[in-house]
Ligand binder design. Structure first.
Ligand code: SF4
Length: 124
């Protein structure tokens, strides 16, 4: 995933997990919304990105990085921008996760739910 200019890269960030991410074979435009994308188009693109993430072996590492870095844009680890925003609101600023693994712990429920059938629009 490309680095975003507004992110706050953690001091202990590593990038080796990106080498095996499923998105390496996917269209990068799936993961970042074009300007002014709204409604159904955005929902469909986010779900398509989530489908890629759901098959990814480094989804936890990716989500952990995105939470710790407060990545402002894109789908990371199956979490959309809005889903990460809900995590940020929940986490007190003083306790904001910065060490590797802390983001995954802090957002465990959201990471688990992010690629659930319901989140991906699958009706049972
Ligand atoms: S979890 Fe998704 S965004 Fe992250 S590396 Fe895997 S496929 Fe790419």
């Amino acid at each position: 995933m490309p680095q975003q200019p507004l992110s706050q890269v953690p001091a202990d960030a590593t990038w080796d997990w990106q080498e095996v991410g499923s998105c390496r074979e996917a269209d990068p435009e799936l993961f970042f919304h074009p300007q002014n994308e709204r409604g159904l188009a955005r929902l469909r693109r986010d779900r398509a990105a989530k489908a890629v993430c759901s098959q990814c072996d480094v989804r936890i590492e990716c989500a952990d990085y995105a939470i710790r870095a407060r990545e402002p844009y894109g789908v990371w680890g199956g979490l959309t921008e809005e889903e990460r925003e809900r995590v940020y609101v929940r986490i007190a600023l003083a306790q904001f996760p910065r060490q590797r693994g802390e983001g995954a712990v802090a957002a465990a429920a959201e990471i688990s739910e992010a690629v659930s059938p319901g989140a991906m629009g699958v009706v049972s």
